[in-house]
Design a protein around this ligand. Structure first.
Ligand code: PMP
Length: 400
């Protein structure tokens, strides 16, 4: 298998697994049971992991709430803020290209009477495809806007939203900003002091860590932002997320983030270089292919250069004149995705590609490549060759 679907999930790094293993067997205490050493040892591990994660992201340990993943973090941020007893209004602003783990909680709130404004994004073809217009954001903010939620990196086209500028605009109006940074944390530098968001979601399994663990950062400035909890019980995680802590997962999340941050500068360049190779090879195989999302950087050694940034490991291309479903079926042992893997249970074309202006046919005939830590140059070459062969074959069948 050639695995090029690292936006869907990543292989857990062996070093992360090694760090986690003792917490399944010897060190299995409940961090809430502090009356004996087993609990203490588990609590120590949780505390150390929390401190490490906070430090790596420029946060305070008290600002990190562990959850089961980014879906839960997004739900806690959005629903937790919208349903708290004293809030400033009923209006929420987000973006058409957000992940379903933001859009669906918003849909539910809309059914319950909240008013949701979804901003459009810039259309392609454009070097800046996929970002929101800041003036448009300013225009839709109201006195009763209770939250703005904008992702940092898109999971399909890799586009990076200008979160720092968005935070400034929101804060001028006293509105909190939530950021779904699931695809960004561990892949590009994320410094919470610099980003200045109020809430930020991330997840272990997107950064070569384990599945089923994630976190929500909640800024403490003048006291913590008040959120309603979604899960009540033993009062863990400051009462915001009850339930016995996932100690091996938390240790794994900290280990995974540590490795990502250590390797990040070199890894961003390595991935941007592989992506440039993949794109060049694909263009050679299929000269009329179309790049979706923002322009690739001119120089992979400057992976985030350009007016609009893009995740170094992301490529999304559309192949005109082929049947999308047949193209996907033809990929065989090459794991890629058409549209979002998270929504592949529903056959609808990707809402992200539609939002940047792709036709329904081109959306279906798109492939998303997500390169990761274990991707090699050889795999890139084999994948490009296979795509070329498949596209030519499907086109010849179509013309026959
Ligand atoms: N947000 C984004 C942008 C994602 O890519 C994903 C995973 N596809 C999620 C949220 C959901 O994360 P999790 O699987 O940890 O719940």
């Amino acid at each position: 298998l050639i695995y090029l679907d690292n936006h869907a999930t990543t292989r857990c790094d062996d070093r992360v697994v090694a760090a986690m293993l003792p917490y399944f067997t010897e060190l299995y205490g409940n961090p809430g049971s502090v009356s004996h050493p087993a609990g203490h040892l588990a609590l120590d591990a949780v505390n150390q992991s929390r401190e490490l994660i906070a430090q790596l992201l420029g946060a305070d340990p008290k600002e990190i709430i562990f959850t089961s993943g980014a879906t839960e973090s997004n739900n806690l941020a959005i629903r937790g803020l919208a349903t708290r007893p004293r809030r400033r209004g009923n209006h929420i602003v987000s973006v058409a290209t957000e992940h379903k783990a933001v859009l669906d909680p918003l849909k539910r709130l809309a059914r319950e009477g909240f008013e949701v404004t979804l901003l459009p994004v810039s259309q392609q073809p454009s070097a800046e495809a996929g970002i929101i217009d800041l003036q448009q954001l300013k225009n839709v903010l109201r006195d009763d806007t209770l939250l703005v939620s904008v992702m940092l990196a898109n999971n399909e086209i890799g586009v990076l939203q200008p979160i720092r500028e968005i935070a400034t605009i929101c804060h001028e109006r006293g509105i909190p900003l939530h950021c779904d940074a699931t695809q960004a944390v561990g892949k590009i530098p994320v410094d919470l002091r610099q980003l200045d968001v109020d809430l930020l979601s991330f997840s272990g399994h997107k950064m070569h860590g384990p599945k089923g663990i994630g976190a929500l950062y909640i800024k403490r400035s003048e006291g913590r932002l008040r959120l309603s909890s979604l899960v009540d019980g033993g009062g863990q995680e400051q009462g915001l997320r009850s339930g016995t802590l996932n100690v091996p997962g938390i240790v794994g999340l900290a280990a995974a983030l540590t490795l990502c941050v250590q390797e990040l500068p070199a890894e961003m360049i390595r991935l941007a270089t592989l992506r440039a190779q993949l794109f060049a090879l694909l263009q050679h195989e299929v000269p009329d292919l179309l790049l979706s999302g923002p322009a690739l950087p001119d120089d992979p050694a400057q992976p985030l250069a350009g007016k609009v940034g893009r995740l170094p490991g992301n490529l999304n291309v559309a192949f005109p004149h082929v049947d999308g479903e047949a193209l996907m079926m033809s990929m065989g042992h090459i794991a890629v995705s058409s549209g979002s893997a998270c929504t592949s249970a529903s056959p609808e074309p990707s809402h992200v590609l539609r939002a940047v202006g792709l036709s329904e046919d081109l959306t279906r005939a798109s492939l998303r490549f997500g390169l990761g830590r274990f991707t090699t140059e050889n795999e890139i070459a084999l994948a490009a060759q296979a795509v070329g062969q498949n596209v030519r074959k499907l086109r010849s069948l179509r013309d026959a």
